[in-house]
Design a protein around this ligand. Structure first.
Ligand code: TRP
Length: 454
């Protein structure tokens, strides 16, 4: 995504929405959302998430896209062009995909492994409670699958066949949605599901803490690819006549809708197969532990399981490709090396950093960076989603609210349509977002340091 004078643009609105939704929908929806929802109290997490999505997520996404379209530049250039002193926000944003790509690829490796599991007819073994923990605590197995995933991503980026992958995934995505609906219906009609369904859908306010907000906001950024410069870049490719506000609504509806659906398939599944009391202890392995049990019980479940993980792999690949391209373009702007060399160096770097997350469940599991039971993967995930992204979002709000002023964004939105929610946008960006983010950040630091528990 070089900053050339004349940028190619997405063809029309549908092209933009599909491209942005393609980057948004991935493991964040299927793997990350359900385990966070389970861990942070189910219904209350859902409520907080949806409220944040339609207010803060909306405002931030409109702002990022408008900045990108206005300047026609990627994140560092865009901030620099609007105000030299604020270019640093672009640099901080750039750190996010660099941190995410390695551990994203570790999870992508888990998905790839499960395809292997179903193809080799081990669906029943996978339904065993120990299968997943035996797998991730090993040394070579997870590394090999992770390596395969990184390599696949790199090859697609090197040979420039993203378009092909995207075309395939446009066909795969609707199938994945339909399959997810089918699996969710199967799960919630099992005996024992109602308790899980209640946990997932009915808010329990006694579980509401500042951590719920931090987790929900981090997930919102992660899932919508916000607060990391991605949407600025996407905006820079958007045509001037495309309705920004509408596009943001559609992307959000699709992304959040799919996340809610994935949760509907996984969270009640825990209640069916192991009991509701396990939900608060959920972690990154949830999807890989619950779904094999579902598939093992379902008629034709092993075939469905294999198909499911193939579809998930495509959703993960479209995201990892876009992540790797972002990282490559960050370095391309800085070092004068041929693109292919940069891709190879990024691949090696990604592999080396990812090794930490992969081994963090095995030989490095004695390292518990965020307290008992946490892993190195949790640590990288926390640093990017719960520390850097909220900081980027806070700086973006201050920048838009007080430095370039909200009018800059409003004017850009109004180039193509009315700005129906302009008032809400202004209030969010100028007041609620900065104050809310500071409160969330401070309380989470105090919490992590054990000073207060709120
Ligand atoms: N939003 C993606 C998901 O839900 C993950 C992601 C985070 C991403 N940052 C990104 C994808 C940047 C593409 C580009 O899985």
């Amino acid at each position: 995504m070089e900053e050339t004078k004349k940028r190619s643009t997405f063809s029309g609105k549908l092209g933009f929405v599909l491209a942005a939704a393609g980057s948004a929908v991935g493991l964040g929806n299927l793997w990350r959302f359900p385990y966070l929802a389970a861990k942070y109290g189910g219904g209350i997490f859902l409520l907080v998430y949806v409220l944040l999505a339609v207010t803060f997520g909306f405002a931030l996404m409109v702002a990022e896209i408008a900045i990108g379209r206005k300047t026609g530049l990627s994140v560092v250039g865009a901030y620099k062009k609007l105000n030299k002193k604020w270019a640093f926000v672009g640099y901080i944003s750039a750190a996010v995909p660099i941190i995410i790509l390695p551990y994203y690829s570790v999870i992508g490796g888990w998905v790839t492994k499960y395809i292997g599991t179903y193809v080799s007819g081990q669906g029943t073994a996978a339904a065993n409670a120990d299968y997943f923990s035996n797998f991730i605590s090993g040394t070579w197995q997870p590394i090999i699958w992770f390596g395969i995933f990184v390599l696949a991503t790199a090859l697609i980026v090197i040979f420039g066949v993203e378009k092909g992958v995207e075309r395939v995934s446009k066909v795969m995505m609707p199938i994945l949605v339909v399959l997810t609906i089918g699996i969710a219906v199967y799960v919630i009609t099992r005996p024992g599901a109602s308790e899980g369904l209640k946990y997932y859908l009915v808010p329990d306010f006694s579980q509401l803490t500042s951590k719920t907000f931090l987790a929900a906001i981090g997930q919102l950024f992660y899932s919508l690819s916000l607060a990391m410069g991605i949407m600025v870049t996407y905006g820079s490719y958007m045509k001037k006549d495309v309705n920004i506000e509408n596009s943001v609504f559609q992307i959000e509806m699709f992304d959040s809708g799919f996340a809610l659906l994935a949760g509907l398939m996984i969270v009640p599944g825990v209640a069916v197969f192991s009991g509701v009391e396990d939900l608060n202890a959920s972690g990154p392995g949830l999807m890989f532990q619950v779904l094999p049990q579902v598939f093992d019980n379902m008629p034709g479940g092993h075939v469905i399981g294999g198909l499911f993980f193939v579809l998930v792999l495509f959703a993960a690949l479209t995201s990892s490709i876009s992540l790797m391209e972002t990282v490559v373009s960050i370095f391309q702007d800085k070092v004068k090396l041929p693109r292919r060399v940069i891709v190879i160096l990024v691949t090696i770097g990604t592999f080396l950093i990812g090794l930490l997350s992969s081994l963090g469940f095995g030989v490095l599991s004695f390292i518990e960076p965020l307290g008992e039971g946490t892993s190195l993967l949790d640590f990288f995930d926390f640093i990017s989603n719960s520390v850097i992204m909220p900081i980027v979002a806070l700086l973006t709000s201050i920048f838009v609210g007080y430095v370039v002023k909200t009018k800059l964004v409003s004017d850009e939105v109004k180039l193509s349509s009315k700005f129906h929610f302009e008032k809400m946008f202004v209030v969010m960006i100028k007041y609620i977002a900065p104050i809310g983010l500071v409160l969330i950040l401070v309380s989470s630091v105090l919490n992590t340091l054990g000073i207060v528990t709120i």
